[in-house]
Structures are given as structure tokens and as C-alpha cells.
Design a protein around this ligand. Structure first.
Ligand code: RAT
Ligand code: ZN
Length: 448
């Protein structure tokens, strides 16, 4: 019995879907439209660790903008891979870190690019970057690259990289608990003013380590107490507001451990921080809280940045936050592959939850493809498929080149499935979808 009470027309054979007269030509035309749209559409990159050159640029000591061949080759993803092909018995971690940056880069180049095939995604990324810069990736030493990079001016090079990467805005990560960076903001309130970059207030220690963070706040003149009593919550709100204003931050960000829970009976101060400080400040300013959940820090400390690990997180914590704070906005990415399906389902339940990116150990073609496919199937076009997480400016080139191709491959499949029903897709529609995915979903979420 049908709900309308009408007799179902079960006797009638289904109308065959309109078949394109020439299926191959049809596929090619969709592929062409998708490829063109993706490479013409500028990306707003919502999470990087790149800085405007106003913070100083490598190799200048203390410069926060990292760029060039020695930085590319000593990226922490590649340090981890170096210790897959050499052992600490051959070169101790201590000796490795005592070497100069160029010496470390020479070693990594020799071991990962000359004596082994550079197949991993992080290795391939360096090759794509060199190729797109017009350099031959077959050099046996780094000297020819060094000579080329020495001729670039960092400020002009930012424009060059953004043009090659097709990026219209770079979102920085600005950790206020980093003493060197904080001093730069304090010395020059305009240090972040560069129309190519936006700032993000990054505050991990407030949740990961309140006793340490609280001591720092007290040292900076905020009247806070370790047990969160008295006017502590007011003072933490004042601290957040002050730094959001100073940085003109577009959201607040934290990387959180797999164990992160909300509410968390074992961490009542953390709950109070979220409820009484972070949520009201973000709601007042209509700023999202970006949570990157699932990083287990320093499982092998001598590897430094390369020594972090992944762990399965609790999606229910995100669900609880989205429900308890309907006037707040949450930008969320999780590091474990095992969390991705549940997280997609959570996003179907809450309009104030925006999923983003294929983070860190997920930023590999096989996993980007799997995640993008699943997200499109569960969420349509209402998510942000990728962020670069570039630590070194030049990485924007490969991260977006590789990601655009994978997103394109998945989109073509999805459009072909839709087209097979007889639904007529226009080029303008494809362009609109691509704009949503690469730029507008994020921008609209911010301004919501
Ligand atoms: O992807 C990375 O480079 C990590 O080291 C982290 O920076 C991570 O993305 C983070 O923002 O904590
Ligand atoms: Zn990051």
C-alpha cells in the first residue's frame, strides 16, 4: 500500500534512463569540465602553518615563514621516513639534530631520493613542487636547487607560489603560547597585516595542560587560579578576547588528543573552560572553534615533530558539543581513518558542524579518495574536502595539485552516476560545486 493511497504503478516497467548517445564523449566532457573548474577555482586554504614574510623568513634566524629546498627536504614527514631507511644505531637522533639544516637536507635527499625511490606521498610532493617550479627533479645533489632558491625574494615568492598553487588566501596558525611568536605580535600589532594571509588563534595548552597555561596567563598579568576559582573564567575570557582582537583571528584552533571528551568528568576544569570561556567568546564573535582531534604527541620524542602518532577519537564529544552549543560553530577534522564514517554521520545531524580536510597521516591519495567519496555520498557538497597543512610555503604547490586531481577523479564518478539517471548537469553547476568545495563552504561558514 503506498502512503498516498494510490495504487503503485508496479505493473509499468521503469522508464530507461536517458543514455548519452556517446558514453565516452560524455565521460570526456564531464572530465574536462571538472578538471577545468578545479584548476580555475582559487582555494581558500583554511589551515596551514605558513606565515606572512612580515614574521621573518628562513634562512633568517628566527624567521617564521619557512620556504626553499632545505626546508622542503627536512619537512618532519621526511625525517620520519629517513628513519625508515637508516637506524639510530647508524646515526643517533642526537647527532642528526646537531647537524646543520643543509647537512640534514643533503642526507635526506641522498637516502630518500637518490638511494631509494621517492614513492611516498611526502617524497612525491617535493618532486611535484620542483617540477611545477620549472626545475628538473633529477639532480643528484641539492646545490642546483639552492642556487635557484637563493635568487628568489621571499615576498615575491609568496605571490609566485600562490599563483602556481591556485590559492587566494592562506590561513596561518598562530600559537599564542609560543614565546617567540607572541613577542612578534606584541612588538608590532600590524605584523599579521598582509592581505594574502589571515590569522588563527591557536590555544592547545588551555585544554591540553591547564596548569601550565594558567601559570603563563598569571605571568602575563591575568588574575587566574589553578583551581579555576574566583574570577578565573572572566580573566580567561578577557585573555581570549584580547588575542582574538590583536590577531584579527578568523577562528580559534586546537589540536586535541584521542582521549578528548566532552563532557569529561575526569576534567571538570576543561569542561568549565569550554562552557564558561571558549563557547561564549566564540558565540559573541560568531567565530568557529576548529578542533583537530586524534593526535597523540611525542610517542618517540627524539624524532621531535616527526615523533607524533595517531589515535582513535571520540566522535560523541563533538556530537555533545554541537547539541549543547547550537549557537556555536565547529570546524572539525579527525586524524584516524576509523573515525571518518561516524564523523560524517554526525555532520548530517548538526548544521553547526563543518568537516574539513584530510589531516596529516590521512593526506595520502588512497585515503583522500576514500574520504572524499564517502563525504560526497553522505554530505553532498556541504563540507571542505581539503586543507594543505603546509608548513613550508612551497608545499602549497604540491598539496593542492595532488588534492585537486583526487577530488576531480571522485567528482567525475559522482557526476557520471547522476548523469546516468538522465539528470542534465550543466558546466555552470559543476563550477558552482567546485567553488563551494574549494572556497565558499568555508567562507560562508565563517560569515554565518
Ligand atoms: O601536519 C602537521 O604538520 C602536524 O605536525 C601538525 O602541525 C598538525 O597539523 C597541527 O596543526 O597540529
Ligand atoms: Zn597543522
Amino acid at each position: 500500500m503506498s502512503l498516498s493511497g494510490k495504487k503503485p504503478s508496479s505493473a509499468a516497467a521503469p522508464t530507461p534512463a536517458a543514455k548519452p548517445s556517446n558514453a565516452i564523449a560524455h565521460r570526456q566532457s564531464i572530465e574536462n569540465d571538472v578538471h577545468k573548474a578545479l584548476f580555475a577555482q582559487p582555494v581558500t586554504d583554511l589551515h596551514t602553518h605558513c606565515y606572512t614574510p612580515r614574521f621573518g623568513a628562513s634562512p633568517q634566524p628566527g624567521g617564521l615563514l619557512l620556504w626553499g629546498i632545505d626546508e622542503l627536504v627536512t619537512y618532519h614527514y621526511l625525517v620520519a621516513e629517513l628513519y625508515r631507511v637508516i637506524t639510530p644505531a647508524e646515526l643517533s637522533y642526537e647527532r642528526f639534530w646537531l647537524m646543520g639544516k643543509s647537512e640534514r637536507a643533503d642526507l635526506i635527499w641522498r637516502m630518500l631520493f637518490v638511494e631509494n625511490s621517492p614513492i611516498s606521498e611526502a617524497c612525491r610532493g617535493v618532486l611535484t613542487t620542483l617540477q611545477r617550479l620549472g626545475l628538473d627533479p633529477n639532480e643528484k645533489t641539492l646545490e642546483p636547487y639552492r642556487r635557484w632558491f637563493d635568487q628568489q625574494d621571499p615576498d615575491a615568492y609568496v605571490d609566485k607560489v600562490m599563483a602556481l598553487a591556485g590559492v587566494d588566501s592562506i590561513t596561518m596558525t598562530n600559537p599564542v603560547f609560543d614565546d617567540a611568536e607572541r613577542a612578534m605580535w606584541e612588538n608590532d600589532p600590524a605584523v599579521g597585516d598582509d592581505p594574502r594571509f589571515t590569522a588563527v588563534l591557536r590555544i592547545d595548552p588551555l585544554l591540553r595542560d591547564w596548569p601550565r597555561a594558567g601559570k603563563k596567563l598569571a605571568g602575563w598579568g591575568f588574575k587566574v587560579r589553578e583551581d579555576f576559582s574566583g574570577g578565573t573564567a572572566d580573566e580567561v575570557r578577557r585573555f581570549l578576547g584580547m588575542w582574538l582582537d590583536r590577531m584579527k583571528a578568523i577562528y580559534v584552533a586546537m589540536s586535541l588528543p584521542p582521549e578528548f571528551k566532552y563532557p569529561d568528568p575526569a576534567n571538570p576544569i576543561g569542561d568549565r573552560f569550554i562552557r564558561e570561556c571558549l563557547m561564549p567568546v566564540c558565540a559573541d564573535r560568531r567565530l568557529p572553534w576548529a578542533m583537530m582531534i586524534g593526535s597523540r604527541l611525542q610517542v618517540n620524542p627524539p624524532l621531535k615533530d616527526a615523533g607524533d602518532m595517531v589515535g582513535k577519537a571520540d566522535v560523541q564529544a563533538v556530537v555533545n558539543l554541537c547539541r549543547e552549543f547550537p549557537h556555536n560553530k565547529f570546524l572539525v577534522t579527525m586524524l584516524a581513518r576509523e573515525n571518518q564514517h561516524e564523523l560524517c554521520v554526525a555532520a548530517r545531524k548538526f548544521g553547526n558542524l563543518m568537516l574539513f580536510g584530510c589531516w596529516w597521516f590521512l593526506n595520502n591519495p588512497a585515503l583522500i579518495e576514500e574520504m572524499t567519496r564517502m563525504r560526497l555520498e553522505l554530505l553532498g557538497t556541504t563540507f571542505v574536502p581539503q586543507h594543505s597543512d603546509a608548513r613550508i610555503l612551497d608545499q602549497l604547490i604540491y598539496k593542492w595539485d595532488h588534492s585537486r586531481r583526487i577530488i576531480g577523479k571522485v567528482l567525475v564518478d559522482k557526476y557520471l552516476d547522476v548523469a546516468a539517471t538522465g539528470y542534465a548537469l550543466s558546466t555552470a553547476q559543476i563550477q558552482r560545486d567546485v567553488a563551494l568545495l574549494l572556497r565558499d563552504n568555508f567562507r560562508q561558514f565563517l560569515s554565518r
